[in-house]
Ligand binder design. Structure first.
Ligand SMILES: Cc1cc2nc3c(=O)[nH]c(=O)nc-3n(C[C@H](O)[C@H](O)[C@H](O)COP(=O)(O)OP(=O)(O)OC[C@H]3O[C@@H](n4cnc5c(N)ncnc54)[C@H](O)[C@@H]3O)c2cc1C
Length: 444
């Protein structure tokens, strides 16, 4: 059994490890264009922001450790074509390589801003660790940065650049950051904290060109020029699927590879995982592409296990998410009001402001929870949160609550931990659910 994996990100490495685990006798070869595998790109913005003192800390395993596991990783080696009928891939510098099973984990790229001047020196796509190391040295001399659309990574970079005393201008055609996933009331404290730190936010504006003579000196926008010696690309993710498309594998409406619950593509010998796939949303069945590293890794494990002859299924997703933004944590599950409205989904809302520890305990932080439920059944369909701590645990819990069909009535009467140092008497999730029910009772 020869299993070939294209891509050494979270999905590819998850697939390779799981394949080897399911069939230790299988030959597993990973081709990656990158210089390294087994590092956490998620930590890059925090090294730039100096919360983490070194890029070395982001490496999770050494190249030697991969050799020891029996996985053959070919670094800086691009796969150039896939031939489904011959069951081969064309590898740069190596020629044709045969496979019994192929796992495509080719990941994502930032959407091309499609404006002139993209070849200027000074434009940074935050993705690969060696490039981040080079950029980190340049940040010391950067004076002013423009963020070209405030996607999640770019939002983390705003904080990093502020920590580095770099003047930041955000230019984004949307009306607020990450407008496709977060509601304006939830992100308002973040916007306020950026404003307090001097971030110039130009919502509803669009970059029309990168300007400069060889090196970036600014951007042109619909509202006028912005001076900058650094541009961070924060556009949405696009699935990296030119090879899969050229090979004739079926892509969905998002541009992601269509897979079944075993992560099998339209070709029975080819599996796919991570941000190059699309996965149905558990509530709407709408396919989603470009989820997260944790989704990519779990999908990789599913694809790798099945490619090696095992059985593992990946379920529709409810997308718990959370992150630091400005001086806040934000997060959520499935939908906010904005997205639910855009999708035409009827919903009722309950919101509560609470605290994360006893009010007298040092370090207590505010937290706001907003819940969305189906009007008829009162089943939870989404949540949005902003606060000082405890967002991740609530997002994970609420994603499971949506998945199993928990109702607002059940949440309104949930039990909760009260212990001054770690939790307040009233759980804000429960209070939000109570407020949702009270709002319904009041409107009848
Ligand atoms: C700065 C940053 C911060 C992030 N923060 C978070 C976070 O906080 N939480 C979270 O869950 N996730 C985070 N992520 C993860 C991210 O959002 C993705 O979900 C994740 O990277 C997807 O993994 P993947 O393996 O599908 O794709 P990728 O990470 O894109 O990996 C694909 C790999 O395939 C290689 N490849 C592509 N085509 C070929 C080819 N033809 N031949 C050989 N190799 C090829 C690429 O070079 C790349 O190494 C972050 C990512 C970045 C870059």
């Amino acid at each position: 059994m020869r299993i070939v994996v294209i891509g050494g990100g979270a999905a590819g490495i998850g697939a390779a490890g799981a394949a080897k685990g399911a069939d230790p006798s299988a030959e597993v070869v990973v081709y990656t264009e990158d210089t390294d595998v087994a590092y956490s790109p998620c930590g890059i913005p925090f090294v730039h922001g100096k919360e983490i003192d070194s890029f070395e800390r982001l490496f999770l395993a050494t190249k030697e450790q991969y050799v020891a596991t029996g996985i053959d990783v070919r670094y800086e080696t691009a796969v150039e074509a896939i031939n489904l009928s011959a069951r081969t891939v064309t590898v740069a510098g190596e020629g044709e390589a045969a496979y019994d099973r192929l796992v495509i984990a080719a990941g994502w790229q930032y959407a091309d801003p499609e404006v002139p001047g993209a070849d200027l020196d000074g434009i940074y796509e935050v993705k690969y660790i060696r490039r981040a190391m080079e950029w980190d040295e340049r940040l010391d001399s950067c004076k002013a940065a423009v963020i070209v659309e405030a996607g999640p990574v770019a939002m983390e970079m705003v904080s990093a650049l502020v920590h580095r005393d770099i003047k930041v201008t955000v230019v984004d055609p949307a009306p607020w950051p990450m407008a496709d996933v977060i509601d304006p009331d939830i992100v308002e404290p973040v916007r306020q904290s950026w404003e307090d730190h001097g971030v110039d936010m130009q919502w509803g504006n669009r970059v029309t060109a990168f300007t400069g003579d060889g090196t970036l000196s600014g951007v042109a926008t619909e509202a006028g020029p912005v001076e900058a010696d650094l541009a961070i690309i924060g556009t949405h993710k696009v699935a990296n699927n030119p090879l899969a498309a050229a090979a004739g594998l079926k892509l969905g409406a998002t541009g992601g590879l269509i897979v079944d619950s075993r992560m099998q593509t339209s070709d029975p010998n080819v599996y796919a995982a991570g941000d190059c796939t699309e996965i149905p949303h558990g509530v709407t069945n709408v396919p989603l592409q470009g989820l997260s590293g944790s989704h990519a890794y779990a999908q990789g494990k599913t694809a790798g296990t099945n490619a090696a002859g095992g059985t593992r299924h990946y379920r529709p997703v409810y997308v718990p998410w959370g992150m630091l933004a400005g001086e806040w944590m934000i997060g959520g599950v499935s939908f906010g009001e904005t997205l639910a409205t855009a999708l035409g989904m009827k919903h009722v809302v309950g919101k509560a402001q609470g605290i994360t520890r006893a009010r007298y305990y040092p370090g207590v932080k505010p937290i706001t929870v907003k819940l969305l439920a189906e009007p008829e059944t009162l089943r939870l369909i989404g949540a949005q949160m902003v606060g000082g701590e405890g967002i991740k645990e609530r997002a994970d819990f609420l994603a499971m609550a949506v998945r199993v069909g928990i109702t607002a009535e059940e949440l309104a009467t949930m039990e909760n931990v009260y212990s001054p140092a770690i939790g307040a008497l009233n759980e804000p999730i429960s209070v939000a659910a109570q407020n949702l029910l009270a709002g319904l009772a009041g409107s009848q």
